[in-house]
Design a protein around this ligand. Structure first.
Ligand code: URA
Length: 231
């Protein structure tokens, strides 16, 4: 028992150190007047995000770092109103160091354009920043280790709406035993930000002939467009 407690304390201490190191210790101790999810007024987000991305590129906090070609911090407009969050880099993303550049990425880009945005207008990131081997689903502890990076990106960018692509990203904000069919299509409020879960573009590709799934994604995106004044 005592050993188990010691191990837990050790793990927590390490997590604290990591959060502090990347500047995300606000998660545990919000400063007075500094709501989680809010950038302190007057502080330049740009340099902070770039510094954060440097840390992502150097991160070796979990075994996913061992197999990567490049870490993939994310990219886009640092003042985006709209953020898309996927699961983790795949092969193409790992090679290029950029999120959603493979087949699923091309489809995501089309979805973004159909929403009357350009890819450069939005910010695109993933729950884990390094490719899981064979594109497997990231383990919970890998997602937990990587989570301070995503939390800090959101805090600095302060999007109005986050679209979560698939179950891993949705679980990050709306942990639930329900599947995507139940979760999608409605907004959830997370730290004052509207979160819209929808199906992952890879799922659309795997079910290419299924018009019903495409229709559902488009319905979800229309709700997002309405909130962002694009309708
Ligand atoms: N799938 C994801 O979830 N993220 C990417 O960046 C690419 C594919």
């Amino acid at each position: 028992m005592a050993k188990k407690v010691d191990r837990l304390v050790g793990e927590l201490e390490e997590q604290f150190r990591f959060l502090k190191e990347i500047g995300a210790d606000f998660i545990f101790a919000p400063k007075t007047g500094d709501k989680p999810g809010c950038r302190p007024p007057g502080r330049p987000a740009r340099e902070e995000i770039l510094a954060l991305h440097e840390k992502v590129l150097r991160c070796k906090k979990c075994p996913l770092a061992l197999g990567r070609t490049h870490a993939v911090p994310g990219e886009g407009n640092l003042e985006a109103e709209l953020m898309f969050i996927g699961e983790g880099p795949g092969h193409d993303e790992d090679v290029q160091g950029r999120p959603f550049v493979g087949r699923a990425g091309q489809l995501l880009t089309k979805i973004i354009q159909a929403m009357k945005f350009e890819r450069e207008d939005v910010f695109i990131a993933n729950v884990v920043k390094c490719r899981p081997p064979e594109n497997r689903t990231p383990h919970r502890d890998e997602a937990a280790r990587c989570s301070p990076f995503l939390l800090e990106q959101i805090r600095l960018i302060q999007p109005k709406v986050i679209v979560t692509l698939g179950k891993v990203a949705t679980d990050f904000f709306v942990p639930s035993a329900s599947g995507m069919t139940n979760l999608r299509g409605q907004f959830y409020v997370w730290n004052g930000i509207q979160v819209m879960p929808t199906f992952h573009p890879s799922y659309l590709i795997r079910n290419e002939g299924n018009r019903q799934i495409r229709k559902m994604v488009w319905e979800d995106m229309q709700k997002v467009m309405a909130v962002l004044g694009k309708k």
